[in-house]
Design a protein around this ligand. Structure first.
Ligand SMILES: [Zn+2]
Length: 344
């Protein structure tokens, strides 16, 4: 029933068991690190519960299965954090998803109202709440009421990376299902088999991924690794560059349409510099760059590193305000250049 899901044997065993015995609890809490498949797993459970063709499994082809895949199933409700959610009426649409946002009482009220109605189709109504720890206090209180009087034809699935940030009363009313980091080998194979990645590159990305398939997929999709290596060289290793070199580099990034990637790589680099400074090398994103990071961290103070991290956030904001990308990059890289080279 969960053959297509990578890893997570514990979760598979637990849920297969309760589905086959028709003893699926009405509320499940999927907890574990980011990017290890909690959401995919939840949607698979939704298909399994509502498939019109296969019992204790799913066909992937009936209108119910397809509805879950396209998130258009009339009995599937998806709730997730949104930034500036105050002004939102109704449930949020996927493009508003923001992990750092808030799940509001308004969203929970909509769920509670729907829970009082019969499902539209045969099967269960499914409420899937992503990053449930982003419920504020009001929302949590309202949600608790929903869990206290669960309608029999409703299945609630919560996902979280921070189970301890949820109300203990919410945690205790859910069947907890633990998700773990994936093995690098499993990630490597998934990248090759599902994303058509080249074996060597898949191997590198998988070993950088810290057990998160989501991160590895993003890495494979979004970053040209040569670009990342070049950025590390440019910022942390190269001989002193003058303003002209910075200007040339900025222009090149704009011409190659790599402005956002450049900012994201810089962001990961400076977070890593800060982690290195604090002795938290275990959390490095760019674990293959430990040496240059150590050298760089030795030259900068925490304040200087933070200053650049804020500068990167400002740069993202400027891009969104349509400031010229070349200007944004040049200003940021000039600051980077100044800070990272002052002590050479
Ligand atoms: Zn089906």
């Amino acid at each position: 029933m969960f053959e297509r899901i990578i890893g997570q044997d514990l979760a598979k065993r637990l849920l297969e068991g309760s589905i086959k015995a028709n003893k699926l609890p009405s509320a499940l809490l999927f907890h574990g690190p980011a990017g290890v498949g909690k959401r995919t797993f939840a949607l698979t459970v939704a298909k399994t519960v509502n498939c019109t063709k296969v019992e204790h499994g799913y066909c992937g082809e009936c209108s119910s299965c397809k509805g879950v895949d396209n998130l258009t199933h009339p009995d599937l409700r998806l709730v997730f954090p949104v930034r500036n959610a105050g002004s939102l009426e109704g449930l949020p649409t996927p493009e508003l998803y923001d992990k750092q946002g808030t799940i509001t009482i308004n969203m929970v009220r909509i769920l509670r109202k729907e829970a009082s109605l019969k499902p539209f189709q045969k099967g269960k109504r499914i409420f899937l709440m992503l990053n449930a720890d982003r419920m504020n206090q009001e929302a949590s209180n309202a949600f608790l009421k929903l869990l206290e009087e669960p309608p029999s034809d409703t299945l609630v699935i919560l996902t979280t990376e921070r189970p301890n940030s949820l109300f203990p009363t919410i945690r205790s009313r859910c069947q907890k299902v633990m998700f773990t980091r994936l093995r690098a080998e499993d990630i490597e194979n998934a990248l090759v088999e599902k994303m058509g990645a080249e074996r060597n590159r898949a191997h590198l990305v998988a070993s950088l991924s810290g057990g998160s398939l989501g991160w590895a997929q993003k890495m494979l999709r979004d970053y040209a690794d040569e670009h990342r290596l070049r950025m590390f060289d440019f910022v942390l290793e190269s001989a002193p560059q003058d303003d002209l070199a910075v200007l040339d580099f900025s222009r090149e990034m704009v011409d190659e349409n790599l402005v956002y990637e450049t900012l994201e790589i810089l962001q990961s680099m400076y977070k890593d510099l800060l982690a290195t400074k604090m002795g938290a090398q275990k959390t490095l994103i760019n674990i293959d760059q430990q040496k240059p990071l150590e050298k760089g961290a030795a030259r900068m103070t925490c304040d200087e590193i933070c200053d650049i991290i804020y500068g990167i956030e400002d740069a993202f904001a400027d891009l969104n305000r349509n400031v010229s990308p070349r200007l944004v990059l040049f200003n940021l890289l000039s600051r980077v250049h100044e800070k990272s080279l002052t002590r050479v």
